[in-house]
Design a protein around this ligand. Structure first.
Ligand code: SAM
Length: 293
């Protein structure tokens, strides 16, 4: 019987999978699409950690790369079927990649035993081994019927990036997610089609995503709101005086403040997590200063 994870994998990345046919921007809006301020902040982060090279993992249609190149940076885009570079000495960014990495889903049966969810939503084998250990450590289930996404597939995907960091390299995964203290009891698997949330059907007709267990990835976690502020993104509105003296600049600054507000909104994009790891003491210092000061 097909597990939910196998069905999810085929629905997104199989021969007729959603991501083989569709352009992500047609179905949902990431920070990259919300405003060029996001890409410019990533460019500032790259410069702050001392590099002009960015690896964009899960690059989608490459909109982030366009902004980074306009900022004078060299960009390597990694999409389906591309190999990750064997060594990353610059900045690696994965914006909303890990939520699209299919993972197993566990549900507690009536006897309180965790079992794998199958693609037809019935329950299969008992969860055991590393998956069980992951659940016990990161997302303990409480009541029969409770569900959890087992984050090991995302942890492993992210580890495959982090292990490629060379001295000075920095990797940042940006995504919606949760931490151990606030996991939802019924899991978070969701579908998106044409900009709207829908049932996560595994037939390739929609995107299927689940929030990321950000704390199990390893690394330091900072909220997007705080990271972007530290990188100079501000939602401060221009003074009304400017409207009199330089009306065009006033309108531009007002629009930029509106876009920044969307990126910083704590109940929206601003609540996303930035999980970062840097290789070497100097890189840790630089990244920490850039992302948290
Ligand atoms: C939600 S989209 C994000 C696109 C872009 N980063 C953005 O912020 O707009 C996720 C992207 O990850 C890509 N992806 C999924 N698994 C991947 C893998 N193993 N390697 C590279 N890209 C992958 C998908 O094809 C998709 O384009």
């Amino acid at each position: 019987m097909t597990t939910f994870r196998e069905g999810w994998e085929t629905a997104l990345y199989g021969p007729d999978g959603f991501y083989r046919r569709e352009r992500p921007a047609a179905h949902f809006r990431t920070s990259v699409h919300a405003s060029a301020l996001f890409g410019r902040a990533v460019a500032r982060l790259a410069r702050a950690v001392g590099t002009s090279e960015v690896v964009d993992i899960g690059a989608g249609s490459g909109e982030l790369g366009d902004i980074l190149r306009a900022e004078g940076l060299a960009v390597v885009e990694v999409e389906l079927d591309d190999e990750l570079p064997s060594s990353i000495a610059g900045l690696a960014i994965a914006n909303e990649w890990l939520d699209n990495v299919p993972c197993d889903v566990a549900e507690l049966d009536e006897d309180g035993v965790p079992r794998y969810l199958l693609a037809d939503l019935s329950l299969g084998e008992v969860v055991s081994g590393n998956d069980l250990r992951w659940l016990e450590e990161w997302w303990p289930l409480q009541e029969p019927g409770d569900r959890a996404e087992i984050g090991r597939a995302r942890d492993l995907a992210w580890a495959s990036v982090v292990e490629r960091l060379a001295e000075g390299g920095v990797a940042v995964a940006i995504d919606y997610g949760h931490v151990r203290a606030g996991r939802p009891p019924y899991g978070t698997v969701t579908g998106f089609r044409a900009g709207r949330e829908c049932d996560p059907v595994l037939d390739g007709s929609c995107d299927v995503t689940a929030h990321v267990a950000l704390d199990s990835l390893g690394g330091s976690l900072v909220l997007q709101r705080d990271a972007l502020r530290a990188l100079g993104v501000s939602a401060a509105r221009p003074s009304l005086e400017l409207a009199q003296t330089e009306p065009l600049r006033y309108v531009a600054e007002l629009s930029s403040a509106g876009e920044a507000a969307e990126l910083l909104d704590p109940s929206g994009l601003g609540g996303f997590g930035w999980v970062w790891t840097a290789a070497g003491e100097a890189a840790v210092r630089r990244a920490s200063r850039a992302l948290t000061d």
